[in-house]
Design a protein around this ligand. Structure first.
Ligand SMILES: Nc1ncnc2c1ncn2[C@@H]1O[C@H](COP(=O)(O)OP(=O)(O)OP(=O)(O)O)[C@@H](O)[C@H]1O
Length: 261
């Protein structure tokens, strides 16, 4: 299988502090990954690098066959969808939801401007908003949305640009229980589609792993504790080691995960 993400002995150092240390990891087409780890483990640093928002201090990072540093950053930005609360400030709060999603048909980097769109783009935007449960917000200004609603607009916007990799940094943060289930259903449906982008999702809660996700990587203090297939990685032993406390984990019959002390 083709490697879409390859990290070879990657370290990130800021202000003399190692944020990531000697990370070697590969993710292949057809896989969907969850990134776990305690606060400050380096999860956001890792996914920001995959989205070419920051660069390694040492080691090599290859995304979609292109090595960071040897490729135009914009090319990675166009091919890798990135959903993070860090992007919220880049959205004009006075623009309505449908225009925010629709304008990404021209790439998520373009300014949100009013212009005519292809019918196929309009249909895709409406379909995405329906799948993620935000159709009723289509004409609302971004400024008036709740945190959870904003998260879902960002995901629809990232998907509108038809990315090859979709990176989700805590997509269910601030999302209520019902909205979380809609979000998980939509991500599960996406994961099962043959045309799905590879998804890489940071989450703090194993209950938020959508069915269809296949692999997990656990980080602690900037280092990989373990990585591989979900069943092998999400064990009581690995979670206890990663979070430095006794934890148990398992899977319900409906494929959803649970974990607690
Ligand atoms: N520019 C920086 N200079 C120094 N330290 C930094 C810098 N950016 C991040 N850090 C530190 O690096 C560590 C990893 O941060 P990161 O945001 O990647 O963690 P995380 O696993 O996403 O945490 P959380 O679960 O709390 O979101 C943290 O201890 C953070 O304080």
């Amino acid at each position: 299988m083709e490697s879409l993400v390859e990290l070879d002995d990657v370290s990130v150092v800021r202000g003399g502090n190692p944020l990531l240390s000697h990370v070697t990891w590969q993710a292949e087409s057809g896989q969907h990954w969850v990134i776990f780890g305690p606060n400050g483990a380096g999860k956001t640093t890792l996914v920001s690098m995959l989205a070419a928002r920051l660069f390694p201090t040492e080691g090599a990072v290859s995304i979609l066959g292109e090595e960071l540093g040897n490729v135009e950053t914009q090319e990675i930005h166009e091919r890798v969808g990135f959903c993070s609360s860090a992007l919220l400030k880049t959205i004009d709060p006075s623009v309505c939801v449908r225009d925010i999603v629709l304008s990404a048909a021209y790439g998520t980097l373009v300014k949100i401007h009013y212009q005519s769109y292809e019918q196929v783009d309009e249909a895709r935007a409406d379909w995405l908003m329906k799948n993620f449960g935000i159709s009723h917000l289509a004409q609302r200004h971004f400024a008036t949305l709740s945190d959870g609603e904003r998260q879902r607009v960002l995901i629809c916007r990232a998907l509108m640009a038809d990315p090859e990799i979709l990176i989700l940094d805590e997509p269910a943060a601030g999302v209520d229980l019902g909205a979380r289930e809609i979000l998980m259903g939509a991500l599960a449906e996406l994961a099962s589609a043959p045309t799905s982008p590879m998804m890489i999702m940071v989450t703090h809660h194993v209950e938020e792993i959508p069915p269809g996700f296949t692999h997990a990587l656990m980080l602690k203090d900037g280092r990989i504790v373990t990585s591989g297939e979900l069943e092998d990685v999400l064990t009581s032993k690995n979670l206890s080691e990663t979070f430095s406390m006794y934890l148990r984990a398992g899977r319900h019959d409906d494929q959803r995960w649970w974990a607690h002390g």
